[in-house]
Design a protein around this ligand. Structure first.
Ligand code: FE2
Length: 275
């Protein structure tokens, strides 16, 4: 065959990414625009300083990592809420977040996408018990299985400061035996799979895209620094949606609608041509 011809619809790099995702259920890569990430974090660190009535920090990463020096268990929830509202009100927040992993998400999900209307913010101080997210799979509770989560730390994270995942094959195997854990619940399941969990080591500058159909969660942060991470959901625009309250138009918003789709949606069959 002439080597100038194609026998595959996808590129070798798209196929490699697909194979990795299908095997593991998650991908860790460098963000696609590092200066954009630095600018993004700089704005967030600036808001944090304003909320805490502090001077703008000289080093954004160091400031965020050590934010627990300016907070207590009494003030952290109010701080989280203020930060969440402030950053989600910015017009650059969701588009910038998407662009940090856009090519990877397009290769994994598609190029006509819907994104969650908000980006969640997690701030976990060392030994802070107030915002833990136990072992779970989002699809168990009515989330669409057609989605990925884009998860971005704003500081270096590893071990208990990070999140854990149970890789895809093992998550699938556990899902078929869930009834064995009906009595002990998720704590019993956690004990049973603890040895197989992967604690994602994600230095600042990298982003994680994972299938929330795999089991994942976090535990008490025993590391010396505060964890800052963001997460949001993305799904193919024309996919089934999981539940009545998480539909397109409210919970999910179209972000990369293409002109042919717009044209198709606006099209009305002229009179006289109906069957
Ligand atoms: Fe989740």
């Amino acid at each position: 065959m002439n080597p100038g011809l194609a026998v595959d619809f996808l590129s070798p790099s798209e196929n490699a990414l697909a194979d990795e995702f299908s095997a593991c259920g998650y991908i860790v890569r460098d963000v696609e625009d590092r200066p954009m990430l630095d600018a993004f974090r700089h704005e967030i660190a600036g808001f944090a300083a304003t909320v805490l009535k502090l001077a703008r920090p000289a080093d954004d990463g160091e400031f965020l990592d050590g934010i627990h020096r300016h907070l207590t268990l009494e003030t952290i929830n109010d701080f989280r809420l203020k930060m969440y509202r402030e950053i989600n009100a910015q017009p650059w927040f969701r588009p910038t977040y998407f662009k940090l992993a856009a090519r990877m998400i397009e290769a994994l999900v598609g190029n006509e996408l819907a994104m969650q209307n908000r980006i969640n913010l997690s701030i976990q101080m060392p030994d802070d018990t107030t915002s833990l997210l136990d072992l779970h799979a989002d699809s168990f509770t009515g989330e669409t299985p057609y989605q990925v989560v884009e998860w971005l730390p704003l500081v270096d994270v590893a071990k208990t400061k990070s999140m854990f995942v149970l890789p895809l094959e093992k998550s699938r195997a556990v899902s078929t035996h869930l009834k064995d854990f009906a009595e002990g619940g998720m704590p019993a399941l956690y004990e049973a799979i603890k040895a197989d969990l992967i604690w994602l080591e994600v230095p600042y500058g990298k982003v994680v895209v994972f299938s929330p159909n795999i089991l994942h969660g976090n535990i008490l942060n025993r590391e010396p620094g505060t964890r800052w991470s963001l997460n949001t959901r993305l799904t193919g625009l024309f996919t089934p949606y999981g539940s009545a309250e998480k539909t397109l138009g409210s919970y999910y918003l179209p972000i990369t609608l293409r002109p042919v789709t717009r044209a198709g949606m606006a099209y009305r069959q002229p009179a006289g041509f109906e069957e």
